[in-house]
Structure formats: C-alpha cells, structure tokens
Design a binder for this molecule. Structure first.
Ligand SMILES: C[S@@+](CC[C@H](N)C(=O)[O-])C[C@H]1O[C@@H](n2cnc3c(N)ncnc32)[C@H](O)[C@@H]1O
Length: 306
C-alpha cells in the first residue's frame, strides 16, 4: 500500500478520495481545530492540529506520495491577488522545504499532488505558477497540470480547480482522469423536511436577490441544476449571483450543510460534528471527493504501468 502524507488537509476531501482509492494516509496536518475535529471523527486520528510553520520536516514520517491542497486565498480571483507577497503564499515554500528534506533523507515522495484555484495558473501573468513549476522541476519532478471541473466527475457543481501531479524518477506518461457523464442535478441532492432556520426571511431575501449596484450588476438566479462553486464564506450568505439558493415548498432557502457535503462528493456516512458555520467553511474549502478519487485512480494506473 502506498503511504500518503497530507498537508492542509482541512476536513479531508482530498484525503478521502485517496483513501477510497486504496492509499494509506499515515499522517495529516491542519491548524484549524474544527476541521481537525471533523477529520478525526470521519477519517482517522493520524492528523496533527498545528501550524505547519511549527512542524519540522523531520517530524513528518517517510511517505510515497504527498498531498497538499494548500490555501488558495492569495491566488483566488476574489482575493487581492497578492500571491507570494502575502504570507500565505509562502506556504508553497514550506511545502518545498518539506519535499527537499524528504528527498534528501529518504529519496521520496516520488509523487506529489497539489490542488488550488484555477487562477493559480494565470496569477500575475503566469509568473507565480512559473516559479512554482520551476521550483518543483529543480527538485526533479515532472510537472503535469490540468484544470478539472467537479461537474465533469459526477457532482452537479461547477468547480474549476488546478491540479498538479508531480512525478519524480518514474518512467511513463501521467494522464489526468477522463470526464464522466453527469447523471445528477442539484435538485437530486436536496434533503426533505429541511429545518426552518435554512429558509430566508423577507429581509434577507431582498438583499440576497438584489442585482447589485450598476458597476457590479449580476442577475440573481436560483434553482440552478448545476450549483455554483461552494465557497468557504458561504455561511455569510452572499447574493444569489454568488451563492446557491433553492425553492422548497414555494419558499426560498439556502443549502443545508449536508447538501453542501453531497455537492462536494462526501458520502452521507461522513458525519457533521461541527457547527453549521464551520461545516459550510469546511465543505466550501474542500477538494471534491469524486475528483480526488479519480485523480488517485489515474495515479494508480500510472503506477501499474510504470
Ligand atoms: C483549501 S483548504 C484545504 C482543503 C482540503 N485539502 C480538503 O480537501 O478538504 C486549506 C486548509 O489549509 C489550512 N491552513 C492554512 N494555513 C495553515 C497553516 N499555516 N498550517 C496548517 N494548516 C493551514 C486551513 O485551515 C484549511 O483547512
């Protein structure tokens, strides 16, 4: 069984896909105690709750594959596009340091999987991604990159994300997973008898359904068959042009945390043990499990052929 270490694991979307594909996750890390609580409850207690900056590379066990769905704020379209000048941007360098130590000490990991927003590839006219790619190539990795949309892997959510699969010293060509037909709509994932707290009051409804100001006009659409990208701040309820709202018995409501979990490919056996706002944040931050599972299987296929 291939041994996996996971950095920035959140509640474990990326990890769950690899676990389901048969990988052995032996160590994980996140500094958000609520994400760690969800992870411990549902995946395993091998997770360490600590700022990665306080962890020495030598504290991390030897592994074959490294996962890092690292924080996307510095690169996202919504952020201020600060990139490396933002301290969180430097977390990429933390990943590099860990890789350097492990390659020098154990000659592994031979495979790395990074996930981030789509905009990572175009940020600062492509300069940010160029630095990342070249840094990984200096360590000997061949860098495969693609943008995968969750809606192409079985869940009704438009979620375009950059996936990087780095491979070192292994012959062969890695291929990203083939797209799958979408057989479900958002409506298929909705719960019945939803608690009244998820329905919008008249006052909130007015704000949520507004078109915005002249400079930021956006048509409020609800009941979309394919959901808009879930985001970490959806607990705050943005306008209907950004968040997802549905009609239920003639009234409009937001999605429940369970519906968000389903839209991210988490099975219903994944128990929600945190508050609604923490659950929205964790599912909004997560890698879609279906996509992760398919990427994990593509890596297995590559390893079988290599
Ligand atoms: C995009 S989310 C990761 C989602 C996760 N890969 C998944 O699939 O569910 C980024 C995570 O990085 C964590 N994080 C940010 N800065 C960190 C740091 N300095 N040390 C440890 N974790 C950090 C956040 O708490 C958050 O859970």
């Amino acid at each position: 069984m291939y041994k996996v270490v996971s950095l920035f694991s959140g509640c474990g979307g990326l990890d769950l896909g690899f676990k389901e594909a048969g990988f052995d996750i032996i160590w994980a890390n996140d500094f958000d105690k609520y994400a760690v609580e969800s992870y411990k409850h549902n995946i395993s207690d091998h997770i360490i709750c600590e700022d990665i900056n306080n962890i020495k590379p030598s504290d991390i066990p030897e592994h074959d594959l490294l996962l890092a769905g690292f924080p996307c704020q510095p690169f996202s379209m919504m952020g201020k596009e600060l990139g490396f000048s933002d301290y969180r941007g430097t977390l990429f360098f933390k990943i590099l340091n860990i890789l350097k130590y492990h390659l020098d000490t154990y000659g592994s990991p031979k495979i790395i999987v990074l996930e981030n927003v789509k905009n990572l590839q175009t940020h600062d006219n492509g300069k940010t991604f160029k630095i990342m790619k070249e840094s990984l190539e200096e360590l000997g990795y061949t860098v495969n990159v693609d943008t995968l949309n969750s809606a192409d892997y079985g869940v009704p959510q438009t979620r375009n994300r950059t996936y990087v699969v780095g491979i070192k010293d292994l012959p062969g060509t890695f291929q990203f997973p083939r797209e799958l037909p979408l057989e479900k709509t958002l409506q298929d994932l909705l719960e019945n008898n939803v608690d009244k707290k998820y329905f919008l009051s008249d006052k909130i409804l007015k704000t949520v359904m507004s078109t915005g100001t002249k400079n930021y006009y956006a048509k409020p659409e609800i009941d979309l068959p394919i959901a808009r990208p879930l985001c970490a701040t959806m607990a705050k309820m943005h306008r209907a042009s950004q968040d997802n709202y549905v009609t239920d018995n003639g009234k409009i409501r937001r999605l429940t945390p369970r519906e968000c979990a389903r839209l991210q490919g988490f099975p219903d056996s994944f128990e929600i043990v945190v508050s609604d706002s923490q659950a929205y944040k964790q599912f909004g931050n997560a890698v879609t499990v279906n996509v992760s599972f398919q990427v994990a299987n593509s890596i297995l296929t590559f390893l079988e052929n290599t």
